[in-house]
Write a protein that binds this ligand. Structure first.
Ligand SMILES: Cc1cc2nc3c(=O)[nH]c(=O)nc-3n(C[C@H](O)[C@H](O)[C@H](O)COP(=O)(O)OP(=O)(O)OC[C@H]3O[C@@H](n4cnc5c(N)ncnc54)[C@H](O)[C@@H]3O)c2cc1C
Length: 482
């Protein structure tokens, strides 16, 4: 890691910083101690920014972008900086302006009849969930970074998380958007309509665009009834095919009320037990695989508990599963969830690993794991895949730890591309995607070319060039369009 030195500004840069300060106020244009903005969460990408501007309103964003467009200054939009693919990190030029949306944290409207909430882009996800809950509603997007990530970042990455099975990705939770385009115009799509067939659905272009087409400044979000009953179960199983069988069984017994179906390998679980304070083994015996299930509903708690237990007892009897514990309280449910949600955090303390966030047809997951494990073992005898993910959505976080002997951390990290290629070739073989929910950013930009059709890539480049002809909006993220 490089040490963090402040770079001397050129006379032109000093003029730019002074002009940007007149838009948002001098105290909201930062030029020192920028490491928390310039370094990504995984500490994999680090850049140097011209400055960090922190606007409060859409109009301030528009003026900042207009200034940048006039003076050919590249922009990196940023929210909570929890992204995992380097999408919100500037390059090393020291010329790019980070526009960080964290001060744009106002809730603009809560409409309990339309079941919508209108928020500025910098609202932290957890605060949105809490406000929805205090209005007896549910905003279902949930992920382990929810205390820091912001809704603008969630929308820009089309974040997934743990309730996609029932409520869909972020894309499914957004009704309207307001966006500042790369020339500084404000695109007003902030409607709460569930039906609007007046031409292209423009908001969809910006959802999942990772800040390459404009800066999202506000959004209208869908709210849902707050479930009155919720039950969580932790299940031990012998194999991934058994987990897939269980998924089919629970889908048919609990269809609509099944909100989460998470797969966790023994190795992933052990890492949590080793590194997370207070983490406890929920079952008496160990098992090669675990599944965490959550069902929620508007029926009574004891009825939901009873119906899930009935389905799982049947699975025990026919030996689809080997053991199960069902939460009896909110606290027990939280403890079970912590075992799943802390995997990413625990891995940080367990040494470096090579990560994959892949998506597959659910029916192909067991074959994919078997085949990818075998290919990796051939290339690196003793390699240790750490598997977990949202099995119900066909999304695996397939992270690869080195064999116990033979590699220093640095030597293992140097294998990143080779390991990625082995894994992603298997993903392609089983008709999957090399990015399920984290996005492309810088991390997968160059690889994307090998896995997306030329026609699809050229269509993306055409859209980018139409909206951002000078290429100032988060350049060289997702695609290399210059
Ligand atoms: C512990 C942990 C667990 C995670 N779990 C999940 C998970 O389960 N599912 C999942 O999908 N992700 C997960 N993530 C990844 C991350 O939290 C999400 O990608 C999140 O949506 C990023 O939000 P953010 O505000 O931090 O965005 P940032 O990291 O700041 O930015 C992400 C991207 O969005 C762009 N961007 C940010 N704000 C705006 C804006 N207002 N307008 C335009 N572009 C913008 C940036 O340029 C960048 O390309 C996890 C991350 C961590 C650290």
């Amino acid at each position: 890691m490089q040490t963090h030195k402040m770079q001397q500004k050129t006379p032109d840069q000093i003029i730019h910083i002074s002009a940007l300060s007149t838009i948002v106020g001098a105290s909201n244009v930062l030029t020192e101690d920028l490491q928390s903005y310039e370094l990504d969460w995984r500490k994999k990408f680090e850049g140097r920014a011209l400055a960090v501007a922190k606007p409060k309103t859409t109009e301030e964003v528009a003026k900042l972008v207009q200034y940048c467009a006039t003076h050919s200054i590249s922009i990196v939009p940023q929210g909570g900086n929890t992204g995992l693919v380097g999408g919100g990190t500037p390059d090393l030029s020291g010329e790019q302006l980070i526009i960080n949306c964290s001060r744009m944290n106002q809730v603009l409207d809560v409409d309990l009849i339309n079941n919508t909430m209108t928020v500025q882009a910098g609202c932290v996800l957890q605060s949105i969930q809490e406000l929805a809950a205090s209005n007896n509603r549910l905003f279902p997007l949930a992920l382990a970074a929810q205390g820091s990530c912001e809704i603008g970042g969630n929308i820009s990455t089309n974040a997934g998380g743990v309730q996609v099975l029932r409520y869909g990705n972020t894309r499914d939770l957004v009704l309207g958007l307001e966006v500042v385009l790369p020339d500084g115009q404000i695109l007003p799509l902030l409607t709460g309509l569930r039906k609007d067939n007046t031409g292209y659905d423009l908001k969809q272009l910006f959802i999942g665009a990772e800040g390459t087409l404009g800066i999202i400044t506000a959004a209208v979000l869908k709210l849902f009834p707050k479930p009155s009953a919720k039950v969580t179960a932790w299940i031990g199983l012998s194999s991934v095919p058994a987990a897939m069988q269980l998924l089919t069984l629970v889908k048919s017994s609990h269809s609509e009320s099944l909100t989460a179906f998470e797969l966790i390998s023994r190795r992933a679980h052990e890492i949590v037990l080793r590194h997370i304070d207070g983490a406890r083994e929920p079952l008496n015996e160990t098992h090669p695989w675990y599944v965490l299930i959550e069902v929620n509903d508007s029926q009574k708690q004891d009825r939901l508990q009873e119906s899930l237990s009935e389905a799982l007892m049947q699975a025990l009897e026919n030996e689809t599963i080997q053991d199960v514990v069902i939460s009896q309280s909110e606290q027990e449910s939280r403890n079970l969830w912590a075992l799943r949600e802390n995997i990413t955090e625990a891995q940080v303390h367990d040494g470096k690993n090579i990560k994959h966030d892949v998506s597959l047809p659910i029916s192909q997951i067991a074959q994919f794991i078997e085949s990818a494990d075998a290919q990796l073992e051939k290339a690196y005898p003793g390699v240790r895949p750490v598997n977990f993910g949202h099995l119900g959505d066909g999304n695996l976080h397939y992270n690869i730890c080195p064999p116990l002997q033979g590699f220093t951390e640095a030597q293992w990290m140097a294998q990143w591309e080779k390991v990625n290629t082995i894994v992603h070739q298997q993903v392609a073989r089983f008709n999957g995607s090399i990015s399920a929910e984290h996005g492309v950013g810088q991390l997968k930009r160059d690889e994307l070319v090998n896995y997306k059709s030329a026609v699809a890539l050229n269509t993306m480049i055409t859209i980018k060039k139409a909206l951002d002809p000078s290429g100032i909006m988060n350049p060289r993220k997702v695609i290399n369009s210059a």
